[in-house]
Design a protein around this ligand. Structure first.
Ligand code: PLP
Length: 392
């Protein structure tokens, strides 16, 4: 019998796809430094540049800087600020209340609220942009899709508005890449973070995609790699895996498409038409059949096709996590457990969500099967009924 746990935590990280592993195995172990002039160096350079082209093609981007992680690429984006001669920040940084910590923990951010559906409040953004005082400039960083709820943000609108106020705009698309169609030019942002380990690529490769005309400043000092934007020898095997993955993420597998506002603006704007993945749709509809009191966060918003954040009344998240873990199922209680302890979710708090303490995140991916979903639903039902019976 196969004792492998059912893995439903893709938004944390995904299993490496066999074809990506094979592509990496081909070069792993070789002495590959793209800065070397000899034949091995030239081979490494070609691997990196081929990967760059494949990734740019996939997201319709103009330029990118390879980094080691989404966290690093986000930090690089936040580093694009003006400073006074004494090193003081000249730039206001505006972020949403639901950003990943690698954005949210920036020093002294101005924070934009989200509504109860988990969508960034564009009016709040406008009002905060309108009070910024010259000579301060502004950098706006708002994610494309949230890691806990999967809620997709109206980035095209946000970029348009922020640009009207002369701000620089960044979006963290770590969770969105490979799950919804991303077109950098259409989004209209200046910078965008992507990484590949949430969808079957390796940990150790990420990128900050940016407008070709934007002169990025490095945040670390060292060698002249990545055109002086990011020092340090490139992780060639991981970058090659990232490129291979980008090539294989076919546009047909994307499940969210954009519909444009008409010229006269009469037609109601639909930013995304969401077709939920059969698995998460199945999961949500099955659970609702016997647990109408279950809460699905961001249910009324466009969401990533692979993410369900759901609360079971009566049972706190940490207890659920132990139940699922002992039943051989890996899920998460949200993003707030990076240090091994479970804390209340900042994202759900910002949404003013009921039953936030009882919320778990289920996230699926390339290797998820219907049998996995069935095992999870059965296990969820057992715990739910046990709690109901105990309460009766
Ligand atoms: N941004 C978002 C939205 C994420 O979900 C994550 C990771 O979970 C990151 C950034 C950071 O990625 P990494 O931990 O790979 O650096």
């Amino acid at each position: 019998m196969d004792n492998k746990p059912v893995y439903l935590d893709y938004n944390a990280t995904a299993p490496l796809k066999p074809q990506i592993k094979a592509a990496m195995d081909e070069v792993l172990g070789e002495p590959l430094n793209p800065s070397s002039i000899h034949s091995s160096g030239r081979k490494a350079r070609k691997l990196v540049e081929d990967a760059r082209q494949k990734i740019l093609q996939r997201v319709s981007g103009e330029a990118l800087v390879f980094c080691d992680s989404g966290t690093e690429a986000n930090n690089l984006a936040l580093g694009q600020i003006g400073r006074t001669e004494n090193g003081e920040r000249k730039t206001e940084i505006i972020v949403s209340a639901i950003e990943h910590d690698s954005i949210f923990k920036v020093e002294n951010p101005i924070i934009i609220n989200v509504n109860k559906n988990g969508v960034v409040d564009v009016d709040d953004l406008k009002s905060k942009l309108s009070v910024h005082r010259s000579p301060l400039t502004v950098l706006v960083s708002i994610m494309l899709a949230n890691n806990e709820t999967g809620v997709i943000q109206p980035i095209r609108d946000i970029a348009k508005i922020a640009h009207q106020y002369g701000a620089l705009v960044h979006t963290d698309a770590v969770q969105a890449f490979g799950k919804i169609d991303i077109d950098f030019k259409e989004l209209g942002v200046d910078m965008m973070t992507i990484s590949c380990h949430k969808i079957g690529g390796p940990v150790g490769a990420a990128a900050l995609v940016h407008r070709a005309g934007l002169e990025l400043k490095p945040i670390m000092f060292g060698g002249g790699q990545e055109k002086n934007k990011r020092p340090g020898t490139e992780n060639v095997a991981a970058i090659a895996g990232f490129g291979k993955l980008a090539e294989n993420v076919s546009r047909e597998t994307f499940v969210v498409s954009g519909e444009r506002k008409t010229e006269n603006g009469k037609e109601e704007e639909k930013l995304f038409t969401v077709h939920r993945s059969p698995f998460t749709e199945y999961l949500e509809s099955e659970i609702k059949k016997f647990a109408p009191d279950a809460v699905i966060f961001g249910e009324n918003s466009p969401r990533l096709p692979n993410t369900t954040c759901i609360a079971m009344p009566e049972i706190e998240a940490a207890t659920q996590l132990i139940h699922f873990d002992t039943s051989g199922i890996c899920i998460s209680t949200g993003s707030a457990c990076s240090s091994g302890k479970v804390e209340d979710s900042r994202v759900l708090k910002a949404m003013n969500a009921p039953l936030a303490k009882n919320a778990i995140r289920v996230s699926t991916g390339w290797a998820t099967s219907k049998a996995d979903m069935d095992k999870f639903i059965k296990s969820w039902r057992e715990l739910y009924l046990r709690a109901k019976n105990a309460a009766a």
